[in-house]
Design a protein around this ligand. Structure first.
Ligand code: GDP
Ligand code: MN
Length: 387
């Protein structure tokens, strides 16, 4: 789960990380009012769940309330395209207005889970403002890493080490260590997967300020963070993923290909996506339907998959153990009556109650192309798309 920049900054402030004064606005007239209340030159920032807004025209400087109103009028309602939104862009519904910061230096600071190290790592770079992936590609030596022992917790010497590496010595050392410690504590206490400040700036009057912030949270820990879940903005999330969750299908991830897949088991779902790729196709989704004992669940899953206009074929790959093939087959039969008929279905079915399942399909006259194994199923799905 993600939150908006203004919400991330409110959290950061609670952990002692300095952020600019500001407030969110949902209309141009409200933006004018906020700018007038702030009483200083402002920056008007589009609030969407994607970065690179500066490059896309979603960040504007405004020296007066009039200018802030004009900037907000331009930004609210625009479809903002940035290097991170994809070509379709994102509709901007609100802007954050903040006091302008006079920048001396821009740095990068983040806490994230290092999957190879298996623990949290604090990353910093003196090349702030740039996306960290670009820095990693062009100047890997500019990125400093401190792996934190999660049992021992963050140690002040680790903060000092990183601060010095970023050129934050002297007067800036104490506030830098406090800021890093606060960011780390937020990361742990709120079960983040990423807590990123980019840029972290040194102001011209010698203060440290988090000018931009991005927080990603581990969905598996959402149950113990009602305060974070309350900040969720479903309008920023993929509509089909939101629909899947509301129907109890928690393991649906939309992708960009054209072969929809229904699979039982996350590992089998991964293998199915690999098999599709190997056969020259592109999966339209990841979907682990789990152990199915209700045909309605299959109908829901097929409904979500066929609601994706990119989908040109469906691969059903069920290795029935706990999941019964006849239940899946009944779901396919039920769904056929309700769903888009022009999408061919290829199925590889194996396991418990296979015969009953096959009989259900043939009795109902459902056109399902059967495959004996996963490779054949993937090849047939790819052929169906091309036909
Ligand atoms: P992003 O493009 O979505 O990552 O948005 P950021 O909030 O990081 O802003 C992008 C860039 O705009 C920053 O790296 C700064 O260079 C600039 N910027 C943002 N806020 C201010 C500000 O208050 N003053 C000045 N001078 N520049 C700003
Ligand atoms: Mn940024």
């Amino acid at each position: 789960m993600k939150v908006h920049e203004f919400q991330a900054k409110e959290l950061l402030a609670r952990y002692g990380v300095p952020v600019p004064h500001g407030r969110v606005a949902t209309s141009a007239s409200e933006a004018r009012q906020v700018a007038a209340e702030l009483g200083v030159p402002t920056v008007v920032k589009a609030q969407i769940h994607a970065g690179g807004r500066g490059k896309g025209g979603g960040i504007k400087l405004a020296s007066t309330p009039d200018a802030a109103e004009a900037a907000a009028r331009q930004v609210i309602g625009m479809t903002l395209v940035t290097p991170q939104t994809g070509p379709e862009g994102r509709l901007v519904r609100r802007v954050l207005l903040e006091e302008q910061t006079a920048i001396a230096r821009e740095l990068y600071l983040a806490v994230l889970i290092d999957s190879s190290g298996g623990g949290p790592v604090i990353m910093g770079s003196a090349a702030g403002g740039m996306e960290i992936e670009e820095v990693a590609a062009a100047h890997p030596e500019a990125i400093h890493r401190v792996a934190v022992d999660p049992a021992a917790g963050f140690q002040p010497f680790e903060g000092r080490e990183l601060a010095f590496a970023l050129g934050l010595g002297g007067e800036l050392l104490r506030p830098a260590v406090a800021l890093i410690a606060g960011l780390y504590r937020l990361f742990v206490e709120k079960d983040c997967s990423l807590a990123e400040v980019n840029p972290l700036v040194v102001t011209q009057d010698g203060r440290l300020v988090a000018l931009d912030a991005k927080l990603n949270f581990d969905d598996n820990a959402a149950f113990r963070h009602a305060d974070i879940v309350a900040l969720r903005d479903v309008e920023e999330e993929d509509a089909l993923e939101v629909r899947a969750q509301s129907e109890g299908i928690n393991n649906y991830v939309k992708l960009d290909g054209d072969i929809g897949c229904i699979v039982n088991g996350a590992g089998l779902a991964m293998a199915t996506m690999d098999a599709i790729k190997l056969a020259g196709g592109e999966p339209a989704n990841f979907l682990d339907i789990g152990t199915v004992n209700d045909p309605a669940r299959v109908v829901n899953a097929l409904g979500i998959i066929t609601a994706d206009a990119n989908v040109k074929a469906i691969l059903v790959n069920i290795f029935g153990g706990m999941a019964r093939v006849d239940v899946i087959a009944q779901g396919v039969v039920d769904a056929q009556k309700q769903l888009r008929a022009d999408v061919p279905i290829v199925a590889r079915l194996a396991g418990t109650n296979l015969e009953e399942g096959l009989k259900l399909l043939s009795d109902a006259g459902v056109r399902v192309e059967m495959a004996a194994d996963l490779g054949e199923a993937a090849r047939k799905a790819v052929a169906a798309v091309k036909a």
